[in-house]
Write a protein that binds this ligand. Structure first.
Ligand code: DOR
Length: 450
């Protein structure tokens, strides 16, 4: 049991109500004071002068490939990358091999993560056309993931009957990959055989995203089911989400904010992902929807494939890219360019995802919350280099990009898991607790900074 008292002194602290220069006191892994006296006795004093203290990032969409595809990533390497990127909690997707579509497979991941994960974790249970009984039993999962549209792996639920049953007969919040399978397949046939990676955005086009998002939201509304739209990629989905009401939340990924179809010439299949990148105007509109609060969450959809796998000619090249160790820095750099505030970043990347999934004690710097924190240096400039990435996949689509504003120290339950470029070998995260009974939590508490 970690009972230590830690005082973080003289930081610029990003609180829900704004930024304050103060001292934060931690005891036994929890925040016990946010305005502690500078001379408070503690086992460890962290001098944070010149640094900014933020809530640790809660990334609600990662793919860590264990079991089955651990040559790309595993729970240990993925969690190490998280620690380096300022992510203190991740929620992992079920498209592993075998997929996490049963209680047994889900429990295997929880047990494995407890042994190897450097940061906190939770695992979604995946829906199939006929596993409602398993979905009903998985009460400790943060939610149910449905691939309404196939992506990496075999998970797909496209039959209307199966979808109706899942929304009607389960209780966990649901999130979906929304790209209409029929549209995607028809586009593929229409475009013929001599394809280039540019065709990826024509196959997985705006229509495919819109049809599936509309279909999922219709199901959620009719069944009064909490629903979260994963990785929104088009401007056309925004009004559908805006009109859907408070039961429905949505997220956007850094790659859909910072890349567009213009980047295929430079980056080829490195920016091939599902949903595909869309036009620069779509990216701009996604940013506007985020700042307006129509989209509440930023998550990475970290989907590592090896460099060699990504070099295979399209369409055999796999979709997805690694992002967990750069997502926070990408946003901090935007704050330095006055495009958003640190309070907004804390809302999008920590508080909102914690509330969407009912994660007890996560997402805020406030008394009683878990001391999952990240110290960032807003003046540090650093260039992303493939060779320096912690992810087993060993590359970043942002290789060569210089950003200003970087995480320099990450704490999980008050203990330093990342500092001076190194991740601790000895510390382990714990499983998240999900308070789904709170249900209206998202609606009643109100966003911070938005
Ligand atoms: O591009 C993607 N890759 N999108 C997904 O939804 C899945 C992911 C993967 O697991 O590779």
């Amino acid at each position: 049991m970690n009972t230590a008292r830690v005082l973080i002194r003289d930081a610029d602290v990003v609180l829900p109500e704004g930024m304050v220069a103060t001292n934060v006191l931690i005891e036994a892994g929890k925040i016990i004071a946010v305005d502690a006296a500078s001379h408070t006795m503690a086992d460890e004093v962290i001098d944070a002068q010149g640094l900014t203290l933020m809530p640790g990032v809660v990334d609600d969409q990662v793919h860590f490939r264990e079991p089955g595809l651990t040559h790309k990533e595993d729970l240990e390497s993925g969690s190490i990358s998280c620690a380096a990127g300022g992510i203190t909690t991740y929620l992992e997707m079920p498209n592993t091999q075998p997929p996490a579509t049963s209680l047994e497979a889900l429990q295997w991941k929880y047990n494995r993560a407890a042994r190897v994960s450097r940061v906190n974790f939770g695992f979604y249970i995946g829906a199939t056309e006929n596993n409602v009984a398993e979905l009903q039993r998985a009460t400790h999962a943060p939610g149910i993931k449905i691939f309404i549209g196939s992506s990496t792996g075999d998970l797909l639920v496209d039959s209307q009957d199966a979808l109706e049953r899942i929304f009607a007969e389960t209780r966990l919040p649901i999130c979906s990959h929304c790209e209409d399978e029929t549209t995607v397949r028809a586009n593929r046939v229409r475009l013929g055989e001599s394809l280039t990676v540019h065709d990826h955005s024509r196959i997985r086009d705006v229509r495919a995203a819109v049809i599936a998002t509309r279909r999922a939201i219709d199901l959620a509304k009719r069944h009064q089911h909490r629903f979260h739209v994963l990785h929104v990629s088009t401007a056309a989905e925004i009004p559908i989400i805006a009109e859907a009401g408070p039961m429905i939340t949505a997220e956007v990924c850094p790659h859909h904010l910072f890349f567009s179809t213009d980047d295929y010439d430079r980056l080829g299949s490195l920016v091939q992902m599902n949903p595909s990148v869309k036009s620069p105007e779509d990216a701009q509109q996604l940013w506007t929807a985020l700042t307006a609060g129509t989209i509440q969450v930023i998550a990475t959809d970290h989907a590592p494939h090896t460099w060699e796998e990504k070099q295979v000619a399209y369409p055999q090249s796999p979709s997805g890219l690694p992002a967990v160790e750069n997502s926070l820095a990408l946003l901090l750099d935007q704050a330095n360019q006055q495009r958003c505030s640190l309070t907004q970043i804390a809302s999008w990347m920590s508080d909102a995802p914690a509330r969407v999934w009912g994660l007890v004690g996560k997402g805020r710097i406030a008394v009683g919350y878990d001391a999952d924190l990240v110290l960032v240096d807003m003046s540090l400039r650093k260039t992303i280099r493939n060779a320096e990435q912690f992810t087993r996949s060993g590359w970043s689509p942002w290789d060569g990009t210089t950003l200003q504003g970087w995480p320099v120290r990450t704490l999980v339950a008050g203990q330093t898991v990342f500092q001076a470029g190194k991740v601790s070998d000895s510390l382990r995260g714990t499983a998240v607790l999900c308070d789904h009974a709170r249900g209206g939590y998202w609606n009643t508490l109100g966003g911070i900074g938005i």
